[in-house]
Design a protein. Structure first.
Length: 398
């Protein structure tokens, strides 16, 4: 499979080839059964840990591959081509280990990292809440310090959490901090596992934390929120929310790569089907109604590749990541929808994967930042760059 990235090193090409072969032989055969609820998704994901493919960027001694972020994306691309929910579950499970490393707590919390990266335990990242989706300032989950017992007490709810309903190890963000939580601790409750339009097999959870006692050593970071003058807790942006900003660009890039993998699958199926399907005594690819649609699909895909690769090469640019996610996710859904149209009635059935591609990819225009939030970020960045410009009449542009 041709990669969406150029100038790959020998090491990059090697892990790409390995991931593609593994996905074809060990993932693809089970995708339909997972989609139809006949097979547990983690039965397929767990063996990836033995290959070091759950946390590619982590050192080998932790269970990773000591690989680069680009190599992590190459693995995502290969897996998502066959199954988006499998790759979403795989990546989400490594998040607690990722945050432990990011906050420099590896020595203290190493006991959680190895089982996650080896596929022995399942992890998740808890941020979104019932009242805090795009508006994170409305987050209510909070940690209360218990100095007497040298513990923290966690209260709140999280929802739309990938792996949330089955996770063993959770990283839970509150308004004033983030900690590593174990799901078997008293006070943890799974309220619901959502049934979704797409991404079948993915365990998307709504969980509640009822005065969960958390040992001090499980702290990633904590900062007391000073009360307002009337004694109430201050709302609005906090240090916990601010700390998330550094993760947003890489997350949006990763989501874009996953979505491009799905779109590539839809394109491949549509092209091959259009060459094989005969109507009016010739392949339907010879009709411009079909071939022009294929042309648009491939053009949008190639444009997405260029924008995405630029974003990967400038990871510090959150605006560019937002552009990539907006363009890729909106166009990927159109590509999958057009693929269904190319196949006609049979495309709407599960005889071909294009209907699943469309169902699966639709969420990505919402998750990790909605289309509308991406546009807001982009326009803010555009106008910020023009604040210091002289008025047009003084610039002699005309």
């Amino acid at each position: 499979m041709e990669s969406m990235f150029s100038n790959l090193s020998e090491a990059d090409l090697a892990i790409k080839a390995e991931a593609e072969e593994y996905a074809l032989n060990e993932i693809a055969p089970y995708v339909n059964d997972i989609d139809q609820g006949k097979k547990e998704i983690w039965d397929v994901i767990r063996p990836l840990g033995k290959k070091g493919l759950i946390g590619v960027t982590f050192p080998k001694r932790f269970g990773g591959r000591s690989g680069s972020f680009l190599q992590e994306l190459l693995v995502s691309e290969a897996i998502s081509y066959h199954s988006l929910p499998i790759d979403m579950s795989r990546l989400s499970s490594s998040y607690p280990a990722l945050l432990i490393r990011m906050f420099g707590k590896t020595k203290i919390l190493r006991k959680y990292m190895d089982p996650l990266l080896k596929g022995e335990k399942i992890g998740c990242f808890c941020f979104t809440e019932p009242d805090a989706g795009s508006d994170l300032s409305r987050m209510k989950t909070i940690y209360k310090k218990d100095d007497l017992n040298d513990e923290f007490i966690l209260t709140g709810e999280k929802r739309f959490i990938t792996n949330g309903s089955i996770a063993d190890t959770l990283v839970v963000y509150g308004r004033n901090g983030a900690f590593i939580i174990e799901s078997d601790w008293e006070g943890f409750e799974v309220i619901e596992e959502y049934q979704m339009m797409g991404l079948h097999g993915l365990h998307l959870g709504h969980m509640k934390f009822n005065n969960v006692r958390v040992p001090k050593e499980n702290l990633l970071f904590y900062k007391e929120i000073k009360p307002t003058s009337d004694g109430t807790k201050r709302m609005g942006k906090t240090s916990a929310i601010s700390s998330m900003q550094v993760m947003l660009a890489p997350e949006r890039v990763a989501v874009s790569v996953q979505v491009m993998g799905v779109a590539k699958r839809a394109i491949d199926v549509a092209i091959q089907y259009s060459q094989e399907r005969v109507q009016f005594k010739r392949p339907i690819c010879e009709f411009e109604g079909i071939s022009f649609k294929i042309a648009e699909m491939v053009t949008n895909f190639e444009a997405g590749k260029a924008l995405l690769e630029k974003s990967v090469n400038h990871m510090e640019d959150g605006n560019l990541a937002a552009m990539a996610k907006l363009f890729v996710c909106t166009n990927a859904f159109k590509i999958c929808d057009d693929a269904i149209q190319v196949l006609g009635g049979i495309g709407y059935t599960n005889k071909y994967p294009v209907e699943r591609c469309a169902r699966d990819v639709r969420l990505m225009r919402i998750g990790a930042g909605t289309d509308e939030v991406m546009k807001y970020i982009i326009q803010k960045g555009i106008y910020r760059k023009t604040e210091s410009l002289e008025p047009l009449e003084k610039r002699k542009m005309f």
